[in-house]
Design a protein around this ligand. Structure first.
Ligand code: T4K
Length: 402
């Protein structure tokens, strides 16, 4: 089927924007029942019934001793970093969402950027050791796209240099690594339940750990350091999850298998639709492990594809398909890091290359396989009509730069 591309003057293929992070809803009636219960109980936050139930469900699903629910994953990262007493410098991948780096910088700890393994998009363990200095206290691995990083190699390096390890598992809830659920690695792991995540609390996050003392500290820190009424025994902040957010989390968890099935079905449809296109490759998920399939990640290799990543994203956006360029240009190229560490890009060549190639496409319950076919049809047509597309993009970008 040939499509009259919008960028070449045709009608937009989608009347409504097709978002990458459209929230999954779960059972609306069940959610409204929970909201009514919260109203009846007049208990809105501070370790309420819904939060406790949410934490218990996460513990059970992950097979971990403690889940400490928080208001979002960024605050959860900050609290976990503080509870682990990380200081000085901490090694993180350059290729991650900016929150991983900011959670350190916010507490005056320097994020030191390691490079990635282009095959997995995860931190390359062999780039870590050269970055260790006497100020290094820890490593934060990130399971990018829900595909686990090389925990064995990271933890071996950490043991050798007496460093702490925690993981940013914002993308990896519901995933496993060598048969073990993510949430059981390092000293602790942090999940995100933001609206755009496959399981969401509107806004929410959690630190999970098998360490009893750490869990106690995290709970204290989440609630100003209160150890009972009128008794503060620790410096803390406010990282609490509200009841209504926990209610959304519980409702979302009830739909977990359906959501994963929808994501998986879309992933297969993309796989079929993009198959055989030169220079276009879909990042694969390992079907022998548990995966949530929440990100459709495509690399555009401009040495082989007829259009580059930015040109394809422009074509898709013109059709109302709001593809994203996560995590371009990399944390090291964002402020304050690009000013504080102007040479960091020299140390992360693979991250630089991959960040310029990746586009993330829409999926989730609100996206059907027919919509996926239409998105793939747009990509195929654009590649076929690359010369016209390129000339139009150049005219428009020339106009915009004047
Ligand atoms: N670590 C990692 C590795 C992360 O990826 C993240 C967050 C964190 C830590 C921190 O977690 P949180 O503190 O957020 O819990 C989005 C999300 O906001 C962010 O949570 C996520 N990662 C990141 C990968 O994606 P943006 O800046 O792209 O968000 P935004 O507002 O542009 O939304 C994305 C798309 O979703 C848009 O097309 C609009 C659509 N959308 C969004 C919302 C909020 C909807 O359709 N409905 C909605 O309600 O960061």
């Amino acid at each position: 089927m040939t499509i009259n591309l919008s960028i070449l003057g045709g009608k937009k293929k989608f009347q409504e924007p097709l978002h990458v992070g459209r929230p999954n809803l779960g059972d609306r009636a069940a959610m409204l029942r929970r909201v009514n219960e919260i109203f009846d109980r007049r208990w809105f936050t501070n370790d309420g019934v819904m939060v406790k139930e949410f934490e218990a469900r996460i513990q059970q699903l992950v097979g971990v001793k403690h889940c400490v629910a928080m208001c979002n994953a960024t605050i959860a990262l900050e609290i976990a970093i503080r509870a682990l007493e990380l200081r000085g410098e901490v090694i993180v991948p350059a290729y991650t969402f900016i929150a991983t780096a900011h959670a350190l910088q916010w507490q005056e700890i320097t994020p030191v950027f390691a490079d990635m393994d282009p095959a997995t998009h995860n931190i390359a363990p062999e780039t870590i050791e050269n970055l260790i200095t006497p100020r290094t206290t820890g490593i934060i691995g990130v399971h990018v796209w829900g595909r686990p990083c090389n925990t064995e190699a990271i933890e071996a390096i950490a043991a050798k240099h007496n460093l702490k390890v925690m993981y940013d598992a914002a993308h990896a809830f519901g995933c496993s690594h060598q048969g073990k659920e993510i949430g059981n690695f390092g000293s602790c792991e942090v999940f995100s339940f933001h609206a755009t995540k496959f399981i969401n609390c509107f806004e929410g996050g959690a630190v999970v750990t098998n360490d009893d003392a750490l869990a106690t500290k995290l709970r204290l820190m989440r609630n100003f350091g209160f150890a009972g009424v009128d008794k503060v025994i620790y410096p803390g902040t406010n990282g609490k999850l509200t009841e209504v957010c926990a209610a959304m989390g519980l409702t979302s968890l009830e739909a977990m298998e359906e959501i994963i099935a929808a994501n998986c079905r879309n992933y297969e449809a993309y796989r079929e639709g993009l198959q055989g296109l030169p220079g276009i490759s879909l990042k694969e998920y390992d079907a022998s492990e548990r995966r949530n399939y929440q990100y459709i990640v495509v690399e555009v290799d401009e040495t082989r594809a007829a259009l580059n990543r930015d040109e394809l994203v422009a074509v898709l956006q013109a059709e109302n398909v709001l593809a994203r360029k996560y995590f371009w240009p990399g944390c090291h190229r964002m402020e304050p890091y690009r000013s504080l560490q102007p040479n960091a890009s020299l140390l992360v060549p693979q991250s630089e290359k991959v960040a310029a190639k990746v586009m993330v496409l829409p999926t989730g319950q609100s996206v059907s396989p027919e919509m996926v076919q239409a998105v793939c049809g747009i990509i195929k047509t654009a590649l076929k009509q690359s010369e016209q597309v390129r000339s139009v993009i150049h005219i428009v970008s020339g106009r915009n730069s004047k």
